[in-house]
Design a protein around this ligand. Structure first.
Ligand code: PBG
Length: 324
């Protein structure tokens, strides 16, 4: 049977029919909100390139996270911005460091019904802004792994449910897994930023997290946007090394990668709807060129439709409100 008997519009005729035949559902529990915590400020500082986002104090962080949790969002990923940076990013693994204090406060306040993820990287902590330790003008992989091991242990001890290494060093997952296990932290999970591209869409984040590279760029460790087979190798490697879940980043410009990763591995998969993707939508909405609510929910649904189980997004809090 075909047209004129077959009419695909029949199932789109009413709101009830449309709802009954929806293929992809989006709910607050599919979302993770990224939050920034800055040391040494007494009031939250708005991030001008990311309307609606701020660098938090410990107090405003806990308050915001509580509101996020109340709306049913699955959890948060926390980024720390220390008062002091140095060449090796030594503050990143300090037991009293800003992110460690934030993780402890969040865990304390929100308990086990809410997931607390620690971004694990050095770029917010190094004075040169790179994601690792520099030798001969480039990030030295294996020395950087030593630092990542210490950071993972300190973040897990502070209470992180999950650590999320985002530096794209080779061997970072196995290094962290071994460090955690040898310190009796075998319960802490790893969400690997498994495939992360050298993307222009991180621009606003670098203002937010104060982690822009002071020389060069990140192309010796982050991937070329033109590649997808390489992403499958990265994901295979991270799963082999012990990742509990994997991430694709960015999301909107990389929906094909999300789909390929999910179909190839059938593994828990997150996608990071990054700062530039957020800001471009918000900028268009501010100008009245896009409807913020519709464009946001469409974007988040598309990322789910591509195959992501979890979407990390600055839209999480508002989207959860709209979905309620
Ligand atoms: C740190 C890190 C970055 C982002 C998350 N973790 C920045 C970068 O790699 O330059 C970007 C997040 C965003 O743009 O929202 N390695």
């Amino acid at each position: 049977m075909t047209f004129p008997e077959r009419r695909l519009r029949r199932l789109r005729r009413t709101p009830g029919l449309r709802r009954a035949f929806t293929e992809t559902r989006l709910s607050p529990s599919d979302l993770i909100a990224p939050l920034f915590l800055k040391e040494g400020i007494s009031d939250p500082v708005p991030i001008s390139s990311m309307p609606g986002q701020q660098q938090h104090t410990l107090e405003s962080l806990v308050k915001d996270a509580r509101e996020v949790a109340e709306r049913g969002v699955a959890g948060v990923v926390l980024f720390g911005i220390p008062a002091h940076k140095d060449a090796t990013g030594s503050e990143a693994s300090s037991a009293q460091g800003i992110v460690q204090r934030g993780l402890a406060a969040l865990k304390d306040e929100l308990g086990d019904g809410f997931v607390v993820i620690a971004d694990l990287c050095l770029c917010e902590y190094t004075d040169h802004g790179h994601c690792g330790i520099i030798e001969n003008g480039d990030v030295a992989n294996d020395r950087t792994l030593e630092a990542y091991r210490r950071i993972a242990v300190s973040q897990a001890r502070a209470g992180a449910d999950i650590v999320a290494p985002s530096g794209m060093m080779d061997g970072q997952v196995v290094a962290i897994r071994q460090a955690l296990d040898s310190e009796g932290l075998g319960e802490t999970a790893i969400l690997a930023y498994a495939t992360k591209y050298a993307s222009s869409f991180y621009g606003p984040f670098r203002e937010a997290a104060e982690g822009a590279p002071q020389f060069g760029d990140r192309r010796s460790y982050q991937q070329d946007p033109a590649n997808v087979e390489e992403s499958l190798r990265e994901v295979a490697e991270d799963i082999e090394e012990g990742a509990d879940a994997v991430m694709v980043k960015p999301a909107i410009a990389y929906l094909d990668v999300v789909r390929a990763v999910k179909e190839t591995f059938g593994y828990p998969t997150a996608a990071y709807n990054v700062s530039g993707e957020y800001s471009m939508l918000m900028a268009a909405a501010e100008r009245g060129w896009l409807d913020e609510r519709q464009a946001t929910l469409e974007t988040l649904t598309s990322i789910r439709r591509a195959g992501a189980d979890l979407v990390i997004s600055y839209h999480a809090k508002k989207a959860a409100e709209w979905l309620a």
